[in-house]
Design a protein around this ligand. Structure first.
Ligand SMILES: [Zn+2]
Length: 71
């Protein structure tokens, strides 16, 4: 069962919720355990997203041709 990380938009504290993919796709009723707010946004800090740190990698500007960014 995957763990979904959320950041509370009210108090800014992270929290984790375990849910199946099916449960998550139906809409996970995440609630902040710290302040009780339900305004939680998904945190992708642990997914390992490739960031643009260093400014390297392909940049899709206005003049980018087909194939840029996998299109
Ligand atoms: Zn909170």
């Amino acid at each position: 069962m995957p763990v979904y990380e959320f950041i509370c938009q009210k108090c800014g504290k992270p929290s984790e919720f375990r849910a199946t993919v099916a449960e998550y796709s139906k809409g996970l009723a995440a609630q902040c355990p710290h302040c009780g707010s339900t305004k939680l946004i998904r945190s992708f800090s642990s997914v390992g997203l490739v960031t643009s740190a260093g400014g390297r990698g392909p940049v899709c500007g206005p003049g980018a041709g087909p194939g840029c960014c996998g299109r």
